[in-house]
Design a protein around this ligand. Sequence first.
Ligand SMILES: O=C(CO)COP(=O)(O)O
Ligand SMILES: [Zn+2]
Length: 212
Amino acid sequence: MNESALREQICECGRVLYQRGLAPGSSGNISVRLDDGWLLTPTNACLGRLDPARLSRLDANGRLVSGDAPTKEAFLHRAMYEERGGAGAIVHLHSTHAAAVSCMAGLDACDCLPPLTAYYVMKIGRLPLVPYHRPGDPALAEAIRDIAKRHHALLLANHGPVVAGKDLDAAMYAAEELEETAKLFLLLRNVPTSPLNAAQIEELKAAFHLDI
Ligand SMILES: O=C(CO)COP(=O)(O)O
Ligand SMILES: [Zn+2]
């Protein structure tokens, strides 16, 4: 896909996520890796009203070469791309139910949500929790670097999810599946549940060649 089409795709993805209420206000950010840098959403931009021409274009060294000032988390996206050679796009949201889970006490920091459904296992697998850092804190890049080596999705404490994918559709679908599973998790809080067991997860990993 050429850069112009990628710009349009970022804006369309932003519109869909905003309209679904997964990126309220000016929250969230999206990026796509290019051969020689990245395209990112501008800081303080509403994902529902992006202008393709004003997206932030960074060169391979992370310098802004065109467009508006990039998301305050450009360094986080860059760290994830550096650790995940196969990642083509990253979506960060403040989707309500995933954000709610990120605020809960007593989570398993290695895996915040149970494997309630096959699609959660297929799209997300395991969801590590990253300790709280303020939005835009450069220390966040190093905090996620080691985790990103092993996980394409992570949950920022008291904040929201960051999800990478081979392309923007994959990242977006996985971020939406994460939000739906967080919703299920909260709905089922006081209900006995039977998450998928290890054998069922192994079967999915084999059937869909999952790297989780
Ligand atoms: O979600 C956000 C920060 O965590 C939004 O920040 P930006 O507007 O700088 O992308
Ligand atoms: Zn955020």
